[in-house]
Design a protein around this ligand. Structure first.
Ligand code: 13P
Ligand code: SF4
Length: 302
């Protein structure tokens, strides 16, 4: 009997499928994936890949974003309830009310949002392009949702804009406190800190570099330091160690784990390929509205 990995490989070839995985996925998922990346990179690959069957190992908003831009492709999310609690914090009625309250503002949503929310927004961003895109917008008032931490971080870098900050947050990154970083800094005083912008402002204050998961990996690769303090979800450790076998990475304690990202197992990937039942379906009118918002990101982000 073939191993699960071999069965996945065979089925993938037979069905001409591609496996995409986020850096927070378990190592065994990252190992069998054709592409591993941050949200922006995966969104680009999903559109550009020639394969018509996409197995998206991540959370729902990522698979939805792939389907929005490639409606003719079959996009499977191996675990149907792998969601993002921060995405669920964006409330449609509150967004509509904010638009009314600030009619001259641009409504900017983080890619960590549902298709229904994207359909109401002007432009989408990820943590790797939020600053570049917002800077280019003609509007002075920016209604940013749902992540208050990313929003505050970008607002500091764009003093020419007025930010209306929505009160959402990542339940994983928001648990990291300044004292967790202090503890690491005391143990490793001269080691640089890299952090994800979904962390609290008081945590980002320790960072030598702030960026998306993909940008944190690029920083780690080019850094002269043989050790780094890494402030984000633990799953990134696999790619960090693969790419930098001689460097040492220190993570906060207690471990920072996104339970939703960890729902996908290697068996789920096999079953998704076998049964093709966990498909993302989006109403066509809704998809078209959300497409404008995602296309604006890819246009302005390039
Ligand atoms: P990245 O775009 O940095 O991969 O972030 C996605 C995410 O959900 C972080 O919590
Ligand atoms: Fe959502 Fe946070 Fe998990 Fe990223 S780490 S998927 S923002 S809950």
């Amino acid at each position: 009997m073939d191993s699960i990995e071999e069965r996945i490989k065979k089925l993938k070839q037979e069905k001409n499928a591609v496996i995409l995985a986020h850096y927070y996925q378990c190592p065994e998922i990252q190992q069998i994936a054709d592409y591993v990346g941050d949200s922006y990179y995966l969104s680009k690959i999903a559109k550009e890949t020639g394969q018509e069957l996409i197995i998206f190992c991540g959370v729902r908003f990522m698979a939805e974003s792939a389907k929005i831009r490639s409606p003719h492709k079959k996009v499977l999310l191996p675990v149907a309830d792998a969601g993002c609690p921060m995405a669920d914090m964006a409330d449609i009625n509150k967004i509509k009310a904010l638009r009314k309250q600030y009619p001259d503002g641009a409504v900017v949503c983080y890619i960590n949002t549902s298709v229904e929310v994207k359909a109401l927004c002007d432009v989408c961003v990820t943590s790797s392009n939020a600053f570049d895109i917002i800077r280019k917008l003609p509007e002075r008032t920016i209604i940013f949702l749902p992540d208050r931490n990313l929003s505050a971080y970008i607002a500091d870098k764009c003093p020419e804009k007025e930010f209306i900050i929505y009160p959402g947050y990542c339940i994983v990154h928001n648990k990291i406190l300044p004292e967790h970083i202090m503890e690491l800094k005391i143990k490793h005083p001269n080691v640089p800190v890299v952090a994800h912008p979904e962390c609290r402002k008081e945590v980002l204050a320790f960072a030598n570099f702030v960026g998306s998961t993909g940008e944190m990996l690029s920083y780690a690769k080019s850094s002269d330091s043989s050790e780094l303090i890494v402030v984000t979800e633990e799953g990134i450790r696999y790619a960090l160690e693969q790419q930098n076998p001689r460097k040492i990475f220190h993570f906060p304690y207690p471990q920072i784990i996104c339970a939703n990202m960890k729902k996908t197992t290697i068996e789920n990937v096999l079953w998704a390929l076998e049964d093709e039942t966990t498909e993302i379906h989006i109403d066509e009118a809704l998809r078209i509205s959300a497409l404008n918002c995602l296309n604006a990101m890819h246009r302005l982000g390039n």
